[in-house]
Design a protein. Structure first.
Length: 302
């Protein structure tokens, strides 16, 4: 009688039972038994290959999937000045997006708009220089500026026009740099600490308020920049100036009502503090770009 050899376990094992053949999660290295990882939930890479179509689909989904928290944050930012800051400082951190995320989303949205539609820069160096040259009422100042510009151009071994073009390009690059504008909340917070020092708030609280103020300013700038583009195309300097005035009046109103909501309805000297804030904000937000521009131009003229 011939002995029957028992079958090996490997003969009945499915092909994927081989440890070397089992797919593993690319994120946590857990063996995959289905379409998604049982440990972290990530999809199988072999079923969702990295393609341009997938990448574009995820970008659209990211912008389209606006949840209730995002919508509540946007409504509060635009309609109720100071509410986001008051909620975050009081510990209600789940109702709205975090301050830094609000600021970065506003900044990213502005960058997206700017990349798809090139608006006219109301502070273009070349345009301002042409206006100064064409204005007969400031002939003495024009001559002084021309001599200074010529000296700098000679030191940079450029013609006057080349040096002006270089300066304009550096200014545009600096004022549109995200790294430069990321420092704005720290500078504005320092100014808020001075203006509202009697409220005895921490510097971190002023940074939060500064982030929300600047997020509003960024969204407002998208609208006013479009208006500036129309005014410059029409050649109306009066309209261009009125738009700038409207922008800073809106910022002042936002600060006024936001500060009332944050502290008390009858904040003493709030009107004067609002005026100081508007003036100080214009200076504060130009400090870093001017310093960065000087550092960028300095090597050329030295």
């Amino acid at each position: 009688m011939t002995a029957v050899t028992p079958p090996q376990a490997s003969e009945f094992a499915p092909p994927h039972a081989n440890p070397a053949a089992v797919a593993r999660c690319a994120n946590c290295d857990t063996p995959l038994t289905g379409h998604f990882c049982s440990n972290c939930g990530a999809p199988r890479l072999d079923e969702r290959p990295l393609t341009v179509h997938r990448f574009g689909h995820e970008i659209v989904a990211e912008f389209a999937s606006v949840d209730s928290q995002t919508m509540a944050t946007v409504r509060s930012l635009l309609r109720k000045p100071g509410e986001l800051t008051a909620a975050f400082v009081s510990g209600r951190t789940r109702q709205f997006l975090s301050p830094i995320r609000v600021y970065l989303l506003a900044f990213g949205f502005a960058m997206l708009v700017g990349s798809t539609w090139r608006a006219a820069d109301p502070y273009d160096v070349n345009r301002i220089a042409r206006q100064v040259t064409a204005n007969p009422s400031i002939a003495a100042d024009r001559a002084t500026y021309a001599r200074l510009g010529h000296k700098l151009a000679v030191r940079a071994k450029m013609t006057d026009a080349q040096f002006l073009d270089h300066t304009s390009q550096v200014w545009t690059r600096v004022t549109t740099s995200p790294w430069v504008h990321l420092l704005d909340p720290l500078i504005v917070a320092a100014m808020l600490a001075v203006i509202l020092r009697k409220r005895k708030r921490s510097y971190a609280a002023h940074v939060v308020y500064g982030l929300h103020l600047l997020a509003y300013n960024i969204l407002l700038s998208i609208v006013t920049t479009a208006m500036h583009t129309y005014a410059l195309a029409a050649g109306s300097q009066l309209l261009n100036g009125l738009i700038s005035l409207l922008h800073w009046v809106a910022i002042g109103a936002y600060f006024y009502f936001g500060t009332r909501r944050l502290y008390e309805p009858r904040e003493r000297w709030l009107g004067l503090k609002t005026f100081v804030f508007v003036l100080g904000a214009q200076v504060a937000m130009m400090v870093v770009p001017i310093v960065a521009m000087c550092l960028a131009v300095l090597p050329v003229i030295l």
